[in-house]
Ligand binder design. Structure first.
Ligand code: NOJ
Length: 539
């Protein structure tokens, strides 16, 4: 059944801006909010996305590059100030772009005034705002919980002789969401930004905020295939069933949804929720369209680029998304290896076509539209605290500056300035300016797909139907709205594949991943070269 898709977050395309790496406007080698303003025309007109999600820009010691917040209601001077933020919001809205901001509810910086108070004494009124526990009799931490970024998630506080919990760095103490004052204070943070006019929130590790109230030990993980993270030290030696995702989390997002719905128009929420078990993941939509609008779906980030695997991901998403819910897909973000690095540019072009034609909201990661790759940075020059602590986890490689032009520093920051992370070596050819001039560039493929999507009700909001059978190593689906029928077909194999589409009648090729075919297709068979993708209209 076709769904009500009148809202922007269902029909639109979201673009993640990682502000540190997007565009520097003041020559300090770090991107900033004025830099984002300077690129709004690119985003709204040249590329043609509908919304931006800004990664954290709040005052922060930057222990985890902004995911350690010192003041939730302000802007770090490195990025600008509230006036610049308001201008960004206004300029984005003038161009029809929605603005989503990142909220980090699970933890603050250890330099947040709440934590400074909390750790000052056991009697402090904010003591219970964080999660404090006595040591075991032998002085060791209260349980076996491990931090994502390595080591125990408990840190001993000498002054008050207790441990505090930190699911990530020790500089990121976890808030105690079971305390009603914390809940209210954090809901007021949401209200602060809603009143300023933001259109929604991306909620950092949304499921972490509620832990087992009894703080039980996590069980040992006896099945390595159940690991949650990449090759990350000891973390995957445990099954993380007690240190996050306690069912009480749903009450919080239920209340948050009431707040979001009380605004006119209602505002949007997407949770960062890494849960591999599909049914549990889908519970974050709520019981009755009453929690998050979407839990981020990260499955395509890790799926092998094989027809059967991709088809399975989509089958699962279609199966578990509740009838009122709306799917979503991502190919990259500031935490994951770049898609063009992981798969190579050819498959990254297929990935772009898949992302932009599936049923569900696409979220793009800045720079992926240029085909930016991972930049391997020697350990001694790495900045990411995770990469420095646990070998193989570094995220600097996928956070290098956006490549805008063939000029020095790729136009990210002026010549002569050292950018906070190195610009990729390939920037003289892989950049916005050059790719705009090159008719078959990956950027022009993104632009073409985005432009087509805007005009196609079938793609934006139509039904999804798997086309089966297809040749080996191939995958195809039909999107339909009213009389409009659009087919997307992929050859994910090494030899030419022949699709028999005669049941659809006449077909027109709208776009190919190679940007080298258009017009009427053969009346019965359509051949796809190895690693080609096609969008076709049923005439
Ligand atoms: C998830 C964020 O995406 C990541 O960048 C951050 O390090 C952790 N949460 C901790 O906030």
């Amino acid at each position: 059944m076709e769904k009500d898709t009148s809202v922007w977050w269902k029909t639109g395309v979201i673009y993640q801006v990682y502000p540190r790496s997007f565009q520097d406007s003041d020559g300090d080698g770090i991107g900033d909010l004025q830099g984002v303003i300077n690129r709004l025309d690119y985003l709204s007109k040249t590329l043609g996305v509908d919304a931006i999600w800004l990664s954290p820009f709040y005052p922060s010691p930057q222990a985890d590059f902004g995911y350690d917040v010192m003041d939730y209601c302000n802007v770090d001077p490195v990025f600008g100030d509230l006036t610049v933020f308001d201008r960004l919001l206004c300029e984005a809205h003038q161009r029809g772009l929605k603005v989503i901001i990142d909220i980090v509810p699970n933890h603050t910086s250890d330099r947040h005034p709440w934590f400074v108070e909390s750790r000052s004494s056991r009697e402090n009124p904010k003591r219970d705002w964080y999660i404090w526990q006595d040591a075991k009799e032998d002085g060791t931490p209260p349980n076996n919980w491990l931090a994502v970024f390595g080591g125990s998630s408990w840190e001993w506080d000498e002054t008050t002789q207790q441990y505090y919990l930190h699911s990530f760095l020790k500089e990121q103490p976890d808030l105690n969401w079971r305390n009603a004052d914390v809940r209210e204070a954090m809901f007021n943070v949401y209200r602060f930004w809603l009143d300023r006019g933001v259109d929604g929130f991306r909620i950092d590790v949304a499921h972490y905020i509620m832990k087992d109230p009894e703080m039980r030990d996590n069980p040992i993980n006896r099945d390595p295939s159940k690991g949650e993270l990449k090759p990350t030290g000891d973390y995957d030696k445990l099954l993380h069933i007690y240190d996050k995702g306690h069912p009480d989390v749903h009450g919080v997002y239920h209340d948050l949804r009431d707040i979001l719905d009380s605004y006119s128009p209602p505002r949007y929420s997407v949770g960062e929720i890494h849960i591999a078990e599909w049914k549990e993941w889908a519970t974050y939509y709520g019981q009755n369209n009453d929690e998050l609008h979407m839990p981020f779906n990260f499955a395509l980030l890790v799926a092998p680029w094989k027809a059967a695997a991709i088809r399975k991901v989509i089958e699962n998403v279609e199966k578990v998304t509740p009838s009122w819910g709306w799917p979503n897909y991502v190919l990259g973000n500031h935490d994951e290896p770049r898609i063009a690095g992981r798969l190579g540019v050819e498959k990254a072009r297929q990935a772009a076509m898949l992302l932009l034609t599936l049923r569900g909201t696409p979220t793009l990661y800045n720079g992926d539209e240029f085909g930016q790759k991972n930049v391997e940075i020697p350990l001694e020059e790495q900045k990411d605290p995770w990469g420095k602590r646990v070998s193989g986890t570094g995220r600097d490689r996928n956070r290098t500056p956006n490549q805008w032009s063939p000029e020095a520093n790729a136009g990210f920051t002026p010549a002569g300035v050292t950018p906070w992370l190195p610009v990729a070596d390939d920037y003289r050819t892989v950049n916005m300016e050059c790719e705009l001039k090159e008719s078959r560039s990956i950027l022009n493929l993104y632009r073409k797909l985005l432009a087509f999507r805007k005009l196609s009700a079938a793609i934006k909001s139509g039904t999804y139907e798997l086309i089966d059978p297809t040749p080996a190593d191939c995958f195809a689906f039909l999107r339909q709205s009213g009389h409009e029928r659009i087919i997307t077909a992929f050859n994910m194999g090494e030899t030419t594949a022949r699709f028999d589409f005669h049941r659809f009648g006449r077909l027109e090729i709208i776009v190919s991943t190679g940007m080298d075919r258009a017009g009427l297709a053969d009346s019965r068979y359509v051949d796809l070269s190895p690693w080609e993708g096609l969008v076709l209209r049923v005439l």
